[in-house]
Design a protein around this ligand. Structure first.
Ligand SMILES: Cc1cc2nc3c(=O)[nH]c(=O)nc-3n(C[C@H](O)[C@H](O)[C@H](O)COP(=O)(O)OP(=O)(O)OC[C@H]3O[C@@H](n4cnc5c(N)ncnc54)[C@H](O)[C@@H]3O)c2cc1C
Length: 434
């Protein structure tokens, strides 16, 4: 099934249109073929090219490069998370491994932007985990204790102070953590496309339809042509299942976000002229909401089980109603209909919130499944899977490999029934927080 996106991404729509777009139009042979050109695939290509200068490296994407989740996200480069979609982190040892991976992810992005002098509106502003319900104070306190034990600077804030910082009286309690970066993901991924090295060929609007291994070759079939490759790396994240890769270990979830126009000087002054901020919900399925550097409000408050290949405009319209509601609850004095852009994107989840990073078979590799933390982890995993595919080692690989592995999932239709019920339950519990 052809992959269709909604072309509504606010980050992308602010960028100049790309001109140098090539699609596959003949049969090719490669040393390395990367499927998927998001943070993972692009980072993987960059690293492969660095260590295999004389090899032919090809990257393909079913849509335009970077126009999947990598530019459709909320732009939090996280150092810590509270809710990983469905559950809170109870297991401290696993949590430590998880945040170590986040730390390495931040380091990888930082190194990349320094080396290539990338402007992606990087702001080390920290972030708030917040709730409108004072009953969540206990959850905030126990998370704060966990962070303090792990040496993450943080503090608990209550309504008055939150109002001053955020410009809304909606929130009653929050844990503010000084770590974590806010950025413009569209600019970051665009720069990864623009800086692809010369020995990497990128083919866009080029969807892999099926693939098979025959002796020491992997044959990949596209609409009109094929690529025969020695090694392949799957970086398709929420679309891994549709390519029969780690099918029983991950599943896609559709998230939808909206971005307003920039607030006028008067509107901005009215909410107290706060600095750029980012709020993540204490209750899973609550809203993620940001005030951007250029005074826009970005909100994401839906998560659904949908066909990841097709962004349906009716579904999008319904989700935007919830975005308007979420903005109204927090900023009742702002005018109606200030949303300028709305879009959906696909994230990849495993049953236990763990990521995928492995050699599947000789010459076949995969990295993905980061839920809401793919900016840093995708950049890191892309680089590190390229090292594995080039038979190289690094300090990071054993750390990544020591993480908890994704667990086996129920087959369909039981899987979707389980996800639907869980999402409905979390949505009900977070109904005050949308
Ligand atoms: C609304 C939203 C908010 C988010 N917020 C955050 C956040 O604040 N912070 C954060 O770190 N993460 C966030 N995420 C998650 C983050 O965007 C992803 O984890 C990240 O994009 C993963 O990068 P990736 O390169 O692995 O996958 P993707 O960016 O999804 O790229 C995969 C690519 O594979 C391509 N593809 C799929 N199938 C095929 C095929 N058959 N043939 C060829 N190409 C194919 C797709 O077109 C796509 O471009 C959010 C995601 C969404 C949708």
């Amino acid at each position: 099934m052809k992959l269709i996106n909604d072309n509504g991404c606010g980050w992308l729509n602010q960028l100049p249109k790309r001109l140098n777009i090539k699609s596959l139009n003949k049969d090719l042979i490669s040393d390395y073929l990367i499927i998927g050109a998001g943070f993972t695939g692009l980072s993987s290509a960059r690293k492969l090219s660095e260590i295999n200068k004389n090899n032919k490296i090809i990257v393909v994407d079913a849509q335009l490069a970077g126009e999947g989740g990598s530019s459709r996200n909320s732009g939090y480069l996280v150092d810590t998370t509270l809710n990983d979609g469905f559950t809170s982190n109870k297991d401290i040892e696993n949590y430590k491994k998880k945040v170590k991976i986040y730390e390495l992810g931040i380091k990888a992005v930082k190194k990349y932007i320094k080396e290539y002098q990338v402007d992606c509106e990087w702001n080390e502003s920290g972030k708030y985990f917040a709730s409108s319900k004072i009953q969540d104070e206990n959850k905030a306190k126990s998370f704060s204790k966990l962070l303090t034990n792990l040496n993450y600077e943080n503090k608990i804030l209550f309504n008055d102070e939150l109002q001053k910082k955020l410009g809304t009286s909606f929130y009653n309690v929050a844990v503010y953590t000084t770590g974590g970066i806010l950025l413009n993901p569209g600019k970051l991924v665009r720069s990864m496309i623009d800086t692809l090295p010369e020995n990497v060929d990128l083919f866009e609007n080029t969807q892999l339809l099926n693939w098979n291994k025959s002796n020491d070759k992997i044959i990949c079939q596209f609409e009109n042509n094929k690529i025969e490759t020695k090694k392949i790396i799957f970086c398709t994240n929420g679309f891994l299942r549709s390519l029969n890769v780690k099918k029983n270990y991950s599943f896609p979830i559709t998230l939808t976000a909206s971005m307003t126009r920039s607030l006028t000087e008067k509107e901005f002054k009215h909410i107290g002229s706060p600095r750029e901020w980012g709020v993540l919900p204490i209750r899973p399925m609550g809203a993620t909401i940001r005030l951007t550097k250029d005074k826009r409000i970005l909100i994401r408050n839906t998560a659904e089980v949908k066909n990841p290949n097709s962004m349906n405009l009716n579904d999008l319209t319904n989700r935007v109603k919830l975005h308007n509601l979420g903005i109204k609850k927090r900023f009742p004095n702002l005018p109606e209909n200030i949303i300028e852009n709305s879009w959906s994107g696909v994230v990849c989840r495993s049953g236990n919130g763990s990521q995928i990073f492995e050699k599947l078979d000789d010459n076949i590799y995969v990295a993905g499944c980061y839920n809401g933390s793919g900016i840093g982890t995708g950049t890191l995993f892309g680089e590190q899977i390229a090292l594995i595919a080039s038979n190289q080692q690094s300090e990071e690989i054993p750390i990544i490999e020591s993480r908890k592995k994704p667990n086996w999932l129920l087959p369909q239709p039981f899987l979707n029934i389980g996800i639907y019920s869980r999402l409905a339950y979390e949505r009900f519990k977070a109904r005050s927080e949308i």
